[in-house]
Design a protein around this ligand. Structure first.
Ligand SMILES: Cc1cc2nc3c(=O)[nH]c(=O)nc-3n(C[C@H](O)[C@H](O)[C@H](O)COP(=O)(O)OP(=O)(O)OC[C@H]3O[C@@H](n4cnc5c(N)ncnc54)[C@H](O)[C@@H]3O)c2cc1C
Length: 335
């Protein structure tokens, strides 16, 4: 039993839980992953970090930027500075003069770890079922535990929140709202190359057409990279059409495009790891303006935050919606 249970330890859930905990609430955060961060994800391959979801942080919101500034880790202000290609970034405003960009030498996930500091986060804890009774809501997990609270916050991709709400008739209203939001998938490929990391012309490139939306020179973010690493991100439309292709087939297609763009060397990595993000980014046309809060008869409160609940989109939206939901739950922002 906690005052508040937050499902999801991505940027939205951590921002929300942190603000609630600072205001004195007893908060437990549950996440099915091995670590925190969700799509703000960094893997370590033979010790070298690789950002295989979000590849840099960007935004204009003062609280978001202050939270990034508070991270005690080596940062690369302004990354990426060397940008090539005539294609469109998924967040074109990242390159507006008013927007600040930052990457971290140890990977973007240091930001999530910073937000999680001091919080009661239970990783490897997948919520599989919800039930309501006697003024409480109960979140049951895959391994048979049950977390009960008066307030439950969902900070997940909308499709995953919707699946959890489905068996509870009293939550049909918010479920219908989530049905208006559309998210796009993204196939990504981590490609490692033997040998030193010679300079490339660009830290990030946006090809004008084809399967690839962007090519990230990930090792350009590392202090002493032992090997070159690229992260290839496929376009949303291409990823949607090819979502059920095998990882091998996707790897072959994306590497062939990388070789055509950068030279034959890019087609023959020593290691290639494909990852299918089923819910990578929210479609801008369908996002919602603010986090959702519902008070049910009997005193149970439901909150929903995440990238979809703030018009700026992306990581900044996730963070802002989490903080704003915390204020609404705390009663400071009732309108
Ligand atoms: C490839 C890629 C590129 C991107 N590029 C950019 C970019 O350039 N700029 C930008 O601003 N944003 C970008 N984004 C989007 C950005 O990463 C997200 O908007 C942001 O990280 C979302 O945070 P969130 O907290 O809303 O959700 P998430 O990060 O998805 O967090 C949700 C968490 O919930 C957990 N979870 C899910 N189901 C359950 C369950 N049943 N029980 C328990 N836990 C559960 C997950 O493990 C996850 O940790 C990109 C994303 C991807 C994948």
């Amino acid at each position: 039993m906690a005052d508040i249970v937050v499902i999801g330890a991505g940027l939205a859930g951590l921002a929300c839980a942190g603000a609630l905990a600072r205001s004195g609430a007893d908060v437990v955060v549950l996440d099915k992953g091995r670590g925190v961060g969700g799509r703000c994800a960094t893997r370590r391959i033979e010790g070298q970090p690789v950002d295989h979801g979000l590849c840099f942080l960007h935004g204009t919101d003062a609280a978001f930027l202050a939270a990034i500034d508070a991270v005690d880790a080596e940062r690369i202000p302004g990354w990426p500075r060397l940008v090539a290609g005539r294609g469109t970034p998924c967040h074109p405003t990242a390159f507006d003069p008013s927007s600040r960009r930052v990457a971290f030498v140890d990977g973007v996930n240091v930001f999530a770890k910073h937000l999680a500091r001091g919080l009661d986060v239970r990783t490897n804890t997948k919520v599989t079922n919800l039930s309501l009774d006697d003024g409480q809501i109960h979140a049951a997990t895959e391994d048979g535990a049950v977390f009960s609270a008066h307030t439950l916050v969902f900070a997940l991709p909308v499709e995953q929140t919707s699946a959890l709400l489905a068996p509870v008739p009293a939550l049909a209203g918010p479920r219908a709202l989530l049905g208006t939001v559309c998210t796009h998938p993204c196939w990504t490929l981590i490609a490692r190359y033997d040998g030193p990391d010679d300079p490339l012309d660009a830290e990030i490139s946006y090809p004008p057409e084809g399967a690839l939306q962007l090519v990230v020179h990930d090792s350009s973010k590392r202090r002493h990279p032992r090997v070159r690493t690229l992260v290839l991100q496929a376009r949303p439309s291409w990823s949607a059409r090819n979502l059920e292709l095998s990882a091998e087939a996707v790897t072959a297609i994306l590497l062939a495009e990388a070789a055509a763009l950068l030279g034959p060397w890019a087609g023959t990595p020593s290691l290639a790891v494909a990852h299918r993000w089923r819910h990578a980014r929210v479609d801008r046309g369908t996002g919602l303006a603010a986090p959702y809060r519902l008070a049910l008869p009997g005193g149970v409160r439901i909150g929903i935050a995440g990238e979809a609940f703030d018009p700026v989109g992306g990581a900044e939206a996730a963070f802002r919606s989490g903080q704003r939901l915390a204020r609404r739950i705390g009663g400071e922002d009732r309108c």
